[in-house]
Design a protein around this ligand. Structure first.
Ligand SMILES: *Cc1c(COP(=O)(O)O)cnc(C)c1O
Length: 487
C-alpha cells in the first residue's frame, strides 16, 4: 500500500490558490522562517480524492460489516443519537462556562441530561444513585472498588481481599489490584458458572467484596446469584455487578433488586454509543442507598426551584475521578437512545440479544465444540479444540479465515476456562439474514479446515497486510516511515 507521499509527482497540482493580495512577509525573526519549501506531496485533485476514498474503504466497522466481538457489544450506533450529540447547543458547550457552580443558565440543558440519565439508569438497574463521570468500563470498576474501600474504611473494617471468578472480564481483577486489594480467583463449576461451594470455602473476614461479571464471559447467568449476594453480605462484604453488557438482561432483572451494592454499565456497549479505537466511553457507576455518600464529585442535583447544579460538597465522597461532566457527549447519546427505546424497547433489546446469541449457538453447535450447552444470554462460547486435534486448525486460523469471508473475528482465547475459545456476540440489532450468512461462513470454514487446511493457515489474503507475526509486531514494532520527499 502506498502513502500519499509515495504517489507524489513533481510539478503536479491539485489546487490553484488565488494570488496573494497582502504583503508576503511581515517582520518575522529569521530563525522562524523556512529555509526550504514545505514538503507536501504534489498530486491532482482526483489523486487525492481517490487515495482517501480508497483508505476509507479499508476501514472495517459496524457500518460496513458484521462485528460479533464477544463481551464487547459492537452494535450499531443510531445515527439520530449522533445528530443529537452534534447539536451545537450541546457540542459547543464549554465546561468552564461562567457561574458553573452557581448553576449558570447556559449549562442547564446539559445538567438536565445528566440528571435525567441518572434517573433512567436508576429505573433500569434498581440502584439508588449514579455517577456519570467514569470514562470507561474499567474506570467505572476502579471507581466502584474505591467506593468499596471507602465504605470499609468508614466502618473501621480492615479487609484486604476482593474475590473474582475465573470467568470475569479481565479488567475486574486488574481494577481490584490497582485499588490495592489482593485478588483471589473463584473457580467455576461444571456448568461454567462460579462454584458456590468453592466461594463458601473462600469466605472469611478479609473479604471486602466480590466482583461478578453478569452474565459471565461465557454468556451464562448464575442461577445462584441471590445466595451469592447473601453470602458476601454475611461477612459485611459488598457485591459488585459488572453490567458492561446489560443488554443481556435489561428490563428482565435489576441488579439492585437482587441485592447488588454497586453496578457499572458501559454506555459505549449497551447504550448505543460508538465504541472502539480506545474511546471515548462512559462507565456510569450506580450504588445502593448506604453508599450514596461515597459517590465521586461532582454530582448533578436538582434544586427546589427546578434548576440543576453541580454539587461538590459530599463529606464522605471518594473525591474526583474525572472533571466536570465526564464524557458528556456519550451520556447524551445514551440518553437519547433510552428515550427513543422506552420501557418496551429496552425489554426488546435484551430479548433480541439473547435470541440472536442462542440462534447462533444452535446453528453452530454441531460444527464446533460447545462446552456449555445450556441457554446462554447475550453471547456464546465455542471451542475450536476439535478442529485443532483433527486438522491442526486453531481458533486463530478460524478467525483469520473469517476475515477473508468478510466478518470481523469473534473474541478469541477468552475466557481461559475454554480451550481454543471463540466467543461470539451477535448483539440485538443484527437480522436473521446476517446471522445466517455468518453461520454459513463458520460452517464453510470447518469444511476448509478438513479439506484444505493450508488455505486457512495462509489467511487472510484479502487484507492490506496478511498474517502478522503478532508477538514481533507488538515487541518490535516497525513504525518509522522514510519519506521519499524528505529523504
Ligand atoms: C468491556 C467490558 C469491560 C471494560 O470496559 P472498558 O470500557 O473497555 O474499560 C468490563 N467488563 C465487561 C464485562 C466488559 O465487557
Amino acid at each position: 500500500m502506498k502513502l500519499i507521499f509515495d504517489k507524489s509527482v513533481p510539478g503536479r497540482c491539485g489546487v490553484m490558490p488565488a494570488k496573494s493580495d497582502v504583503p508576503t512577509s511581515v517582520n518575522l525573526k529569521p530563525e522562524l522562517l523556512r529555509n526550504q519549501d514545505a514538503q507536501f506531496p504534489e498530486l491532482s485533485e482526483l489523486d487525492v480524492v481517490r487515495h482517501f476514498t480508497d483508505l476509507s474503504n479499508k476501514n472495517f466497522g459496524v457500518d460496513t460489516n458484521f462485528y460479533p466481538l464477544g463481551s464487547c457489544t459492537m452494535k450499531y450506533n443510531p445515527k439520530v443519537s449522533e445528530l443529537i450529540a452534534s447539536d451545537t447547543g450541546f457540542a459547543n458547550l464549554h465546561p468552564l462556562l461562567p457561574q458553573l457552580r452557581g448553576g449558570g443558565m447556559l449549562t442547564q440543558g446539559a445538567l438536565q441530561v445528566i440528571y435525567e440519565t441518572d434517573m433512567q439508569l436508576r429505573e433500569i438497574t434498581g440502584m439508588a444513585g449514579f455517577t456519570m463521570q467514569p470514562m470507561a468500563g474499567a474506570h467505572g470498576e476502579l471507581t466502584g472498588i474505591m467506593i468499596i474501600a471507602a465504605y470499609h474504611r468508614a466502618n473501621g473494617n480492615k479487609k484486604t481481599t476482593i474475590l473474582v471468578p475465573d470467568t470475569a472480564h479481565g479488567t475486574n481483577p486488574a481494577s481490584a489490584a490497582i485499588a490495592g486489594y489482593s485478588v483471589k480467583t473463584v473457580p467455576s463449576n461444571k456448568d461454567g458458572v462460579m462454584d458456590f461451594d468453592a466461594l463458601q470455602e473462600m469466605m472469611d473476614d478479609e473479604v471486602a467484596g466480590l466482583m461478578l461479571t453478569c452474565p459471565n464471559t461465557l454468556g451464562l447467568f448464575n442461577p445462584e446469584i441471590k445466595r451469592i449476594c447473601d453470602l458476601i453480605h454475611s461477612v459485611d462484604g459488598l457485591v459488585y455487578y459488572d453490567g458492561a453488557n446489560l443488554n443481556a438482561v435489561m428490563g428482565k432483572v435489576r441488579p439492585g433488586d437482587i441485592g447488588f451494592d454497586i453496578v457499572h454499565l458501559n454506555l459505549h456497549k449497551t447504550f448505543a454509543t460508538p465504541h472502539g479505537g480506545g474511546g471515548p466511553g462512559a462507565g456510569p457507576v450506580g450504588v445502593d442507598e448506604k453508599l450514596l455518600g461515597f459517590l465521586p464529585v461532582s454530582l448533578v442535583v436538582k434544586r427546589d426551584d427546578g434548576t440543576f447544579a453541580l454539587e461538590y460538597n459530599r463529606e464522605k465522597s471518594i473525591g474526583y475521578i474525572a472533571p466536570f461532566y465526564g464524557n458528556f457527549a456519550i451520556v447524551l447519546r445514551a440518553y437519547a437512545y433510552i428515550l427513543m427505546l422506552g420501557k418496551e424497547g429496552c425489554l426488546r433489546v435484551s430479548e433480541n440479544a439473547v435470541l440472536n446469541a442462542n440462534y447462533i449457538k444452535e446453528r453452530l453447535k454441531g460444527h464446533y465444540d460447545l462446552p456449555y450447552r445450556q441457554v446462554c444470554k447475550h453471547e456464546c462460547v465455542f471451542s475450536a479444540g476439535n478442529l485443532l486435534t483433527k486438522y491442526g486448525i486453531s481458533a486463530l486460523d478460524i478467525a483469520k479465515g473469517l476475515i477473508d469471508a468478510g466478518f470481523h473475528p469473534p473474541t478469541m482465547y477468552f475466557p481461559m476456562t475454554v480451550r481454543e475459545a471463540l466467543m461470539v456476540e451477535p448483539t440485538e440489532t443484527e437480522s436473521k439474514e446476517t446471522l445466517d450468512k455468518f453461520c454459513d461462513a463458520m460452517i464453510d470454514l470447518t469444511e476448509i479446515a478438513k479439506n484444505n487446511p493450508e488455505q486457512l493457515k495462509a489467511a487472510p489474503i484479502s487484507t492490506p497486510v496478511g498474517r502478522l507475526d503478532e508477538a514481533t509486531a507488538a515487541r518490535k514494532p516497525n513504525i518509522s516511515y522514510n519519506c521519499p520527499l524528505c529523504g
